[in-house]
Each structure stands twice: as C-alpha cells, then as structure tokens.
Design a binder for this molecule. Structure first.
Ligand code: AMP
Ligand code: MG
Length: 376
C-alpha cells in the first residue's frame, strides 16, 4: 500500500510543477494552503520571492516556503526543519518505529512499573489528557488498538483507497475495551520550584497510544520555536498535510494567504484565511484520508464511543491558534463534536474555528470572520 503514498507524492510534485511552483531550491509562488497557492501571485523571480522545498515526513507531504537573504540560508533552514520533523517522528511520537518513545511506552502496556517519560512526552500527554477531559472524550490518544484494526496508516492520504478489510463488530468491541483516556495514568513525582518531578506513564494491559491527531501540530509548535530562535529566515509558511504554520513576514509586507480546501471539490479552495505573523492552522476533514469498501466510505477520524468513523454533520473543521499542538488536537475534537459543542470548546482555548457542514454551509466563530474570505 506504500504504492498509494508514493503515487500521491508524485502527483503533488507534478501538480506543483504544473502550477508554476518550483520544487527544491528555486524561487517560486508564495504562501501556503491546503490546496494550491492561494494568492494568485505570479512566479516572478526577484529578491522578494521565496525558496520552496517539498519533502515527506510523518506520512505526509511537507511544503516549505522560505524567505531568506540567500539560497544557502534557505536551504540550510529547510534541511534543519526536515531533520526536526524526522527526529520527532523517529525518536518521539511514531507508534510504528521501535526507535521512538511512544513505541517503547506502548511495549510496557500492562506492566506494573510503567514507563518513565521524557519531559517532552510527559508535557504532550498532559496537554492531550486535558483536551480529552474538556472535549468529553471526543479526542482520545488511547485509540491505538482501534486505529491499527482499521489500518488507517496504510490508507492513501488524500486520494482514498480501496479494498481494505473492514473490522468486524467483535473485533472493534475487543479493541475498544482496552481504550479510554480515563484509564491511562500519569504519575508525577513531587518537584521543586525550578524543576517538575519526573513523570511515569501507566498503560493498562492492551492499551496503545496513537498520537496521530496531534503529531503534525507538535511539529508546527517545534518549528515555531526553531524559527523564533534564529533571525536569518524572516518569513516562512510550512505545510504538513492538513496543518500549516505561518511565520514572520514577506519582504513586500503583504500578508499570508492560506487556502481552505473545499471538501466537495478537493481541487479547489472554498475560502482563504489572511494572516499576519505566526499562526497555526489545522484542518480535520472526512475527505483527507479514507477508504472505500463496497461503495461505503470510511474516514480516519474515529468516534471513541464506537471505534468507527465519526458520524458528523461536518465535512471539515479548521482551527486557528498560535499553538500547533492544540490547534491540531482541537480540529480533530471539533470534527467529532460538531459545530455547537466544537465552537464552545475552541472558545475555551481561545481558538478560532471554521466548520464546513455537510450541506455546504460554512460556520465561523466570531473572531474568525476578520481572517476569512469566501471564494464563492
Ligand atoms: P487529524 O487528521 O489530525 O484529525 O487526526 C486523525 C488521526 O488521529 C487518525 O489518523 C488517527 O491516527 C487518530 N485519531 C482518530 N480518531 C481520533 C480521536 N477521536 N482522537 C484522537 N485521535 C484520533
Ligand atoms: Mg488533529
């Protein structure tokens, strides 16, 4: 099934070339978007044009638009950004790679001694648990046994796939019985004023972590810190599948334009967000990753109550926040919760949200209105 993934990559590369965006190391179109470059700029080569890079990490395409004084700086930054994302995947959050901390934690499921967490993963799990509580369990990082049953990682991102075995009711019931964020235990030793105490994770027998709903957002948060810790790159847009980071500014002072995909026609945008400076924009949608079996479409956002694709009157949710981890987690939670409860949850976090409903209506939080322009 890796075939689907690579087909997707080649298609994207071809698309980018056709659109006049250059790949790797040449100036090209500006701005990000879930769809094509959103602001219709011409591909004029000048000092004001950014450098563009395309690669893959975390099972998705990474597109970087980098404003830097010269090619060498842009290239060095882009390589460092990819190292960061690969490192995050390999050392911290992948459940597949035996080099990662999540993998090693999952192995200790059911053990009495639990697993001593790094401060990074402890903080991540604490934020995730808080989101689970606030979303009444809509967001749940303990669904690993169920997501594996569905084989979500093997589905082709964006293009859909066919012919995967659909789990039976019995299989789902068995897998679900070992899930549930309330059963996961984090135990912190007492710390002092300067340092928090160490944190130990206890996973009940069979429970497996899946951080798929926040991994890309975590990547954006760490890329933000990386950008803030340097001053050679003055502006950037980095897109990791459905999660996009804007940072800094363009030399001409114009603002970032981030396209929002139309779930009813993935080749076009339904609207544009106009953003200044640093933002994280995360989208969760039923069109992003799915499989079709016997004419039925199954998507990748699961209802933790049933273990099956969430039945929602929403096709896609976009969340806007400074923090990447939370914008990513919130977009997943909001998809399951729907517009009413989802808006309330986003507001609790000071996030703005945009819901595209099944009938095509677009519902915006009040604060989102200033950023959003409908295309039609
Ligand atoms: P996203 O695309 O950010 O909405 O995240 C979806 C991914 O998160 C899926 O591919 C699963 O790996 C995982 N996932 C699915 N349903 C949930 C859920 N209810 N809570 C947390 N993670 C989930
Ligand atoms: Mg998410």
């Amino acid at each position: 099934m890796k075939h689907f993934f690579w087909t997707m990559i080649y298609t994207l590369l071809a698309l980018a070339l056709c659109c006049g965006c250059s790949i790797q190391d040449r100036p090209g179109n500006a701005d990000g978007g879930q769809g094509d470059g959103a602001d219709g700029q011409q591909n004029v080569q000048s000092a004001d044009t950014p450098w563009q890079y395309v690669d893959t990490a975390m099972g998705t395409v990474v597109q970087q638009t980098v404003y830097a004084p010269d090619q060498e700086t842009a290239q060095a930054f882009s390589a460092q950004a990819m190292e960061l994302l690969w490192g995050l995947e390999q050392k911290e959050i992948s459940w597949r790679l035996d080099t990662s901390e999540v993998y090693r934690a999952n192995v200790t499921s059911g053990s009495e001694g639990g697993f001593l967490l790094s401060e990074e993963l402890a903080g991540l799990l604490e934020s995730g648990l808080e989101l689970s509580r606030r979303s009444e369990g809509a967001f749940d990082m303990t669904l690993g046994s169920v997501t594996r049953l569905w084989n979500i990682d093997e589905w082709a991102a964006e293009n859909g796939a066919e012919g995967f075995p659909i789990p039976s009711r019995e299989e789902l019931a068995g897998a679900l019985s070992v899930c549930g964020y309330e059963k996961l235990r984090l135990q912190r030793e007492a710390g002092d004023q300067e340092e928090k105490g160490q944190c130990r994770l206890f996973l009940p027998e069979g429970m497996q972590l899946d951080l798929g709903a926040i991994g890309k957002g975590l990547g954006l948060s760490e890329l933000t810190s990386m950008l803030e810790g340097q001053n050679a790159v003055t502006g950037a847009v980095i897109s990791l599948g459905g999660s996009i980071l804007t940072y800094g500014s363009k030399p001409d002072g114009s603002i970032w334009k981030v396209g929002i995909i139309d779930p009813f026609d993935k080749s076009s945008n339904i609207g544009i967000l106009s953003l200044e400076g640093q933002w994280c924009v995360s989208t969760s949608g039923d069109y992003e990753r799915y499989v079709e079996v016997d004419g039925v479409r199954y998507h990748h956002i699961l209802d933790p109550k049933t273990g099956t694709p969430a039945v929602s009157d929403v096709r896609g949710v976009t969340v806007l926040l400074k923090d990447g981890l939370l914008s990513d987690g919130l977009s997943t939670a909001c998809f399951i919760l729907g517009p009413e409860k989802g808006m309330a949850l986003a507001a609790e976090y000071g996030a703005e949200a945009l819901f595209i409903l099944s009938d095509g209506e677009v519902v915006l939080s009040e604060g989102m209105e200033q950023y959003y322009t409908a295309i039609r």
